[in-house]
Design a protein around this ligand. Structure first.
Ligand code: PGA
Length: 252
C-alpha cells in the first residue's frame, strides 16, 4: 500500500533560527498527534538542514533539501551536492520544482543527472511536474507532464523507482491562491499513475505516492486528499506556520 505524505516546501523563507523554531513546533505537534494518516516531511533551505536535523525526530519527520547539484563534486562554486545533503542527515530532496525549471533553467537532462546523484547518495526524491496556464488552456498539459516524467525519471530501474514520490504542481496554482479543483487534480493524478503503470506495471504504480501542490491549505486539503489518486500534498505558503501546516497534515 502506498504512503500518504504531506511535505512542506519552505522555499527561500525563514532565517536559520526561525526555521529551527518552526521545525520544533511541527515536530512537537507531530509527536503530540495520535493516529496520523500520513508521513510528514520538511523541505528546508540548505543552510537549515543541519540545525533542523538536530531538533526533529527523523523517524517521524522527514527532512528534505529543496535542490541538489547535477555534479558529484568539484569546481562548482556555490553548488551543494547530493552527498553533502545526505551528510546532514536529510533523507529527501525535492527536484524539478517549477521555480527551479523556470528561473534557473533546469532542463529534463539536468534533472536526470540530479535524480541519479540523489539516488546514488541514498536520498528519496520528491519529483515535481506540472503545466503552465497556457499549457492548461491549450490542452497540451498531459503531454507536458508526460515529457517531464519520461525524460528525467523513466530510465530508473523498478528498484530505484521505490525511492520516487511524484508531486503534481500546476504552475498556475502555485502561490496564486488558485487551487486546481479536486477533479482537475484527480484527473492528472490518475493520468500520472497510468503512465507509471505503463512503464513499471500496475503494482509499482499502485505503490507510488503522488502529491498535489499549489495553494493547498487546511480548508481545501480534505477535499483534495479524499480523491483516490491524491496521496497528500507539497505545501509552500501554508507550510510556513506550524498551525496551518498541521491543519493539512491532519486533513486525511
Ligand atoms: P504554494 O506552493 O503552496 O505556496 O502554492 C507549493 C509549491 O510550490 O510547492
Amino acid at each position: 500500500m502506498r504512503k500518504n505524505i504531506v511535505a512542506g516546501n519552505w522555499k527561500m523563507n525563514t532565517t536559520v533560527p526561525e526555521g529551527v523554531q518552526l521545525a520544533k513546533e511541527v515536530n512537537a505537534a507531530v509527536n503530540a498527534a495520535s493516529g496520523l494518516k500520513c508521513d510528514v516531511v520538511l523541505g528546508v533551505p540548505f543552510t537549515h538542514l543541519t540545525a533542523v536535523k538536530q531538533v526533529i525526530d527523523i523517524n517521524k519527520v522527514g527532512l528534505a533539501a529543496e535542490n541538489c547539484a547535477d555534479h558529484s563534486s568539484g569546481a562548482y562554486t556555490g553548488e551543494v551536492s547530493a552527498a553533502m545533503v545526505a551528510s546532514t542527515g536529510a533523507n529527501y530532496v525535492i527536484l524539478g520544482h517549477s521555480e527551479r525549471r523556470g528561473y534557473y533553467n533546469e532542463t529534463p537532462q539536468i534533472l536526470k543527472e540530479k535524480v541519479d546523484l540523489a539516488l546514488e547518495n541514498g536520498l528519496k526524491i520528491i519529483f515535481c511536474c506540472g503545466e503552465s496556464l497556457e499549457e492548461r488552456e491549450n490542452g497540451s498539459f498531459k503531454a507536458v507532464i508526460e515529457k517531464e516524467l519520461r525524460e528525467s525519471l523513466f530510465h530508473l530501474t523498478p528498484e530505484q523507482w521505490a525511492s520516487i514520490t511524484i508531486a503534481y504542481e500546476p504552475i498556475w496554482a502555485i502561490g496564486t491562491g488558485k487551487t486546481a479543483t479536486s477533479d482537475q487534480a484527480q484527473e492528472v493524478h490518475a493520468f500520472i499513475r497510468s503512465l507509471v503503470a505503463g512503464q513499471y506495471g500496475d503494482r509499482l504504480a499502485d505503490d507510488t505516492t503522488i502529491l498535489y501542490g499549489g495553494s493547498c491549505k487546511p480548508a481545501n486539503a480534505p477535499e483534495l486528499f479524499a480523491k483516490p489518486d491524491i496521496d497528500g500534498g507539497l505545501i509552500g505558503g501554508a507550510a510556513l506556520k506550524a498551525d496551518s501546516f498541521m491543519g493539512i497534515v491532519t486533513a486525511f
